[in-house]
Design a protein around this ligand. Sequence first.
Ligand code: SF4
Length: 222
Amino acid sequence: MSMARTDGPVGAQEWVPPRAASIDELKSAAADCKGCELYANATQTVFGRGAPHAKIVFVGEQPGDVEDQKGLPFVGPAGRLLREAVDDAGIDPADVYITNAVKHFRFELRGKRRIHQNPGPAHIAACRPWLVAEFALLQPELVVILGATAGRALLGPSFRVTQQRGRLMPWPASAQHPEDFPVAQIQALATIHPSAVLRADNRDIAYTGLVDDLKVAASALG
Ligand code: SF4
């Protein structure tokens, strides 16, 4: 059983239906989650979405401002870029499910602006039971980890996206807590978060790097 490993938030486990039959069932249960304090200021839970029998699960960090308002993951500028990159890498969008390590938007108010804040280790640990439940239902062939926060959430604190990106790794053997992810032996691959492409000095180079990594991911699919 997955548990929050830090003092602080109680964790999502008590909100996760033990025998969920579908992602929709998980999604509606997650709407009431109070496993950490992030639910209090965010608009709503932003659960994963995509193909119910997806071969690839993409895991990002947390929803952004647009996603928080719409209640859907990766619908802002980074999401559009990711969909384009998936297409350019030759991955069928019908094989894809997209989610985040943390399901509520963490931000700081500056005037009326909501400024993105990275989720902390306690939020990531608290929210992990949702990710575990998504993996258990989807049983994907490949996990694609987007960016440093998701990488540290899944692979541990020593993860460095610049050093570990673009390489296929055994999953869940590479996970920080493999026992949390009771899925068959599959593969994982880390790459940059699409928002890093949007922030890059040279977007073309950054985008090409993302697509190249996703081509490696595509090559791993059966
Ligand atoms: S971030 Fe995750 S654990 Fe925290 S309240 Fe939201 S869904 Fe629950």
